[in-house]
Design a protein. Structure first.
Length: 267
């Protein structure tokens, strides 16, 4: 399975200076209206321009809006009597938002879309790194919590967002069986540090266990001192056992309970 880093060169803006900020909802509405008015060249122009600038979106895309862009292209071909030529666009629409069709485009395009959607097959795999802080990964407008993301072959829009605001966007094409690792250039997430109260609580619990074990071992040793008649050693071990069993162990147990309680309350 080849690993690639595939930029969507023919529709992706090459730099921030070339990006055109668009309102995707508005562009989709305009494109669909042009189809229903049979202004097919205008519909194609609007949809193609929006696709060209997908990498530049500043807000998280709606999967249905993405699918509709390609459905507009397919529907325009259907109404021009080029149903066979519409198939690739309808396939791409089914890849973007499986099961969704914009019914405003009409029954004939829907029938062609249904037939094309049946031909979607194969898998591609995408990994995106790093995703920093409270940022979230979206692929084709859907949150993706697990990586690698497994998708159908075709065009895919990768967005990393904080809230609804996109901090990284890229569109790419993958063919069946291909994988891509996308480097975002964002800061790597910081490793989460264990809270101080929890650390102290766990350390105190371990210390209490050790102190109690020590007291038990000393108690066993007392039997030997009793049989040998060594009064001084017997007195010393009794003092140590009492200190560990009745002093150190309870104190550490209180510390453990306090630390863990503080951690739970702080969450």
């Amino acid at each position: 399975m080849p690993m690639i880093f595939a930029w969507l060169g023919f529709i992706g803006a090459a730099s921030a200076q070339e990006c055109a900020t668009i309102d995707l909802d508005a562009e989709v509405e305009y494109a669909v209206t042009n189809v229903t008015d049979l202004a097919l060249d205008d519909a194609r122009r609007v949809a193609e321009a929006a696709i060209l600038n997908l990498s530049c979106l500043q807000r998280v895309a709606d999967p249905q809006d993405l699918a509709t862009l390609w459905q507009v292209l397919g529907a325009s071909d259907v109404y021009d009597g080029k149903t066979a030529e519409a198939a690739p666009d309808f396939v791409q629409a089914a890849v973007m938002a499986p099961g969704f069709f914009n019914d405003r485009l009409g029954p004939e395009p829907r029938a062609a879309w249904e037939a094309a959607a049946q031909t979607v097959s194969g898998e591609v795999f995408i990994e995106v790194w790093p995703i920093s802080g409270n940022a979230v990964l979206y692929v084709d407008g859907v949150i993706r919590e697990e990586q690698p993301v497994t998708l159908a072959p075709g065009t895919h829009l990768i967005q990393v967002a904080v809230g609804a605001d996109v901090v990284f966007g890229r569109a790419l094409i993958l063919e069946a069986g291909q994988s891509a690792r996308v480097e975002t250039g964002l800061p790597e997430p910081e490793r989460e540090k264990a809270p101080v109260p929890l650390i102290l609580g766990v350390a105190s619990a371990l210390g209490a266990a050790g102190a109690y074990t020590g007291a038990v071992l000393i108690d066993r040793r007392l039997e030997g001192h009793s049989s040998s008649g060594d009064a001084e050693a017997l007195a010393q071990d009794r003092a140590r056992s009492a200190m560990l069993g009745y002093g150190v162990t309870p104190a550490l147990m209180v510390g453990a309970a306090a630390g863990i309680t503080l951690h739970i309350r702080a969450r």
